[in-house]
Write a protein that binds this ligand. Structure first.
Ligand code: UDP
Ligand code: MG
Length: 318
């Protein structure tokens, strides 16, 4: 009896990647061909290029790729929703046994997908791609990223160290992800919450071969804050602890004041008073700010706006 081969769908979010996509497509076509020949995946496996509202020629380039090459499909979003939403759009709009998400710039070594599929065959539902070094990242990116992983761990958020969005998931993991109703997305912390058997494969991260990073400092910080605030209430707790600490401090001041009054040494300075008022106002405002951030999240979540909108017309045209 011949075993049924798994259908693999590789989801690739693309935002302004016209420059890089032709060479990416060549490599992915060769990879899928190899895998099909080697009997790792079924012949109807695909790469799904998700056009995340690109403003350059990405749409046309994808159209050409899909017309010329065998293994490619497209999903066009109605505007730019961000990498996280684009990834989920690709996952939720394709039927497959195994799913892999990978960036369009192929900084993550696609050859590793073979090992990921082999692990899935052995019973792993999730295979995380983990970078074994960050030599190709800039000094700034390297240390901010490493600091971020450490902070996540400190805050009790379960993520895989040095893993970003390159991973394999089985169908049941993707089905489970559908049950996560949140709008503030940070997929790499959602996946470990699903559970099931997982493992890690290591690879060397390469520099981008063309184009520029689509993550500005602002986008990076926004994603980092989403990661922290969607998965941890520690910042809110810190506010409470700071409040308690300040109450204790004020009791101490009160004691001191009475003591000075009793020994007839009342301090007539306004300087200390002003200092205390400013310190306390600062703490209060920061605390309110943190609470406000969480209230804002609740506001966004309760509206339950769609995570992404597919442009059906453009998607069908190809
Ligand atoms: N991306 C996307 N939408 C966005 C920003 C990025 O789909 O709004 C895609 C991008 O095309 C790439 C992946 O997300 O395939 C990762 O982006 P990039 O390589 O610029 O990030 P970096 O590797 O610099 O962190
Ligand atoms: Mg990249």
């Amino acid at each position: 009896m011949t075993k049924k081969l798994p259908r693999l769908v590789i989801v690739m979010p693309c935002y302004n990647e016209a420059e890089i996509l032709p060479s990416t497509a060549d490599r992915m076509e060769k990879l899928l061909e190899d895998m099909v020949k080697a009997g790792l995946t079924s012949a109807d496996s695909r790469v799904c290029l998700v056009d995340d509202g690109s403003k350059d020629q990405t749409g046309e380039v994808i159209k050409k790729i899909c017309g010329k090459k065998k293994y490619f499909t497209v999903l066009t979003l109605s505007r730019n929703f961000g990498q996280q939403a684009a990834m989920l759009a690709g996952l939720f709009n394709n039927e497959a046994d195994l799913y892999v998400t990978i960036d369009a710039d192929l900084q993550d070594d696609p050859e590793v997908i073979k090992e990921m599929v082999a692990r899935a065959e052995k019973g792993c539902d999730i295979v995380y791609g983990v970078r074994d070094n960050r030599d190709s990242d800039s000094f700034f990116k390297k240390y901010t990223a490493l600091g971020f992983y450490k902070l996540m761990r400190l805050l009790g958020i379960k993520t895989v160290y040095n893993h970003s969005e390159f991973r394999l998931m089985s169908r049941r993991v993707v089905e489970a992800l559908r049950q996560f109703p949140e709008r503030n997305l940070f997929v790499r912390a959602m996946v470990p919450l699903v559970g099931f058997k997982s493992s890690e494969v290591y690879y060397r991260r390469l520099p981008r071969i063309a184009g520029e990073t689509k993550y500005s400092l602002g986008k990076m910080l926004a994603l980092a804050w989403d990661g922290v605030s969607s998965f941890s209430i520690v910042p809110l707790r810190l506010v409470t602890f700071t409040g308690f600490a300040m109450c204790l401090l004020s009791l101490l001041f009160l004691g001191l004041m009475f003591y000075w009054w009793a020994v007839g040494k009342t301090v007539h300075g306004w300087f200390s008073l002003v200092t205390i008022i400013t310190v306390f106002s600062g703490v209060q405002l920061v605390s309110l700010g943190v609470i406000g951030e969480y209230v804002a999240k609740i506001f966004i979540e309760v509206k339950r706006r769609p995570l992404y909108i597919v442009d059906e017309q453009k998607t069908r045209q190809i």
